[in-house]
Design a protein around this ligand. Structure first.
Ligand code: CO8
Length: 269
């Protein structure tokens, strides 16, 4: 498992904040501050972004799993680090760019969530395309309890995922959702046992990676656009994306392979 290079000034003795394990065609990115429940420090977020972008540019990698530890996917932004920021440093520092950079990742992202998934941790899971949860996972947006509000999509993506009533309850009362509740509400794709959550997420990533990569990228973009567009514009965008997929060599290959009863070979063209 490779460690993402971090600032030598801060990481000489500290273990790497992010680990990357390649097992083509998938890779697993592990947040590695277990003692701090994977609180999202600048270094940790920087490591996640760097790893995601390197993997996203690598055509041998077709899906990425993002995970933490069994006790915590991530317990939110690093409160101790954040408390020393000035508002201007907050607004114009790396943090905002890091979140925008994750949104731009085109490869399918599968979150493997166990334990605490709070604040920025829950927002990170929501940026992923598929969320696999351990039965121990617990989802929350507790930011108002420390005097701030969700700032990486919690007031927007959560409402779209589970609706206003439940989102307001989580954000204003600090209520957490169990994995089963989160699945029922639409925040989580699948719930499995504590022993299986990472393996299940990697199996899902392999299934995603086996399908036509251009079609997967276009499908991901179209689904993401659903949140930004009215139905008419969304349907028009979907149709254009279908035509683009249809123009690919991989579409010819996939359609021929079905008729010829063989496994398709994707060329990414
Ligand atoms: N930040 C920093 N350190 C943390 C965090 C955190 N979010 N969460 C846990 N830790 C640390 C603790 O300080 C403790 O460290 P130490 O042992 O050195 O004191 C260690 O992790 C273990 O934590 P606890 O002892 O508290 O463990 P418990 O099992 O007792 O409690 C909880 C677990 C309930 C998860 C508790 O740690 C907790 O409430 N954590 C904070 C949760 C929270 O409020 N999260 C929201 C943070 S704000 C946010 O995410 C805003 C995102 C905005 C992004 C904007 C981008 C532009």
């Amino acid at each position: 498992m490779a460690a993402v290079e971090t600032d030598p000034a801060t990481s000489e003795q500290a273990p790497p904040a992010v680990l990357v394990d390649r097992d083509e065609p998938i890779a697993t990115v592990t947040m590695n501050r277990p003692g701090q429940l994977n609180a999202l420090s600048n270094e940790l977020m920087g490591g996640v972004v760097q790893a995601m972008h390197e993997l996203d540019r690598d055509r041998a990698i077709r899906a990425i799993v993002l995970t933490g530890s069994e006790r915590a996917f991530a317990a939110g932004a690093d409160i101790k680090e954040m408390s020393s920021l000035t508002p201007i440093e907050f607004a114009f520092g790396a943090r905002v760019e890091q979140w925008d950079a994750l949104r731009a990742v085109r490869a399918p992202l599968v979150a493997a969530v166990s334990g605490h998934c709070l604040g920025g941790g829950c927002e990170l899971a929501m940026i992923c395309d598929i969320v696999i949860a351990s039965e121990t996972a617990s989802f929350g947006q507790p930011e108002t309890g420390v005097g701030i509000i969700p700032g990486a999509g919690g007031t927007q993506r959560l409402v779209r995922a589970i609706g206003k009533a439940k989102a307001m309850d989580m954000i204003l009362s600090g209520r957490t959702l169990s994995a089963t509740e989160a699945e029922r509400a639409g925040l989580v794709s699948r719930v499995v046992t504590r022993e299986m959550y990472l393996r299940e997420a990697q199996d899902v990533a392999r299934a995603v990676a086996a399908r036509a990569p251009i079609a997967q990228t276009l499908a991901k973009e179209a689904v993401d656009r659903a949140a930004d567009m009215g139905l008419g514009d969304g349907l028009a965008f979907e149709r254009k994306s279908l035509y683009l997929a249809f123009a690919s060599d991989d579409a010819r290959e996939g359609l021929a392979a079905f008729s010829e009863r063989r496994r398709p070979e994707w060329s990414w063209k």
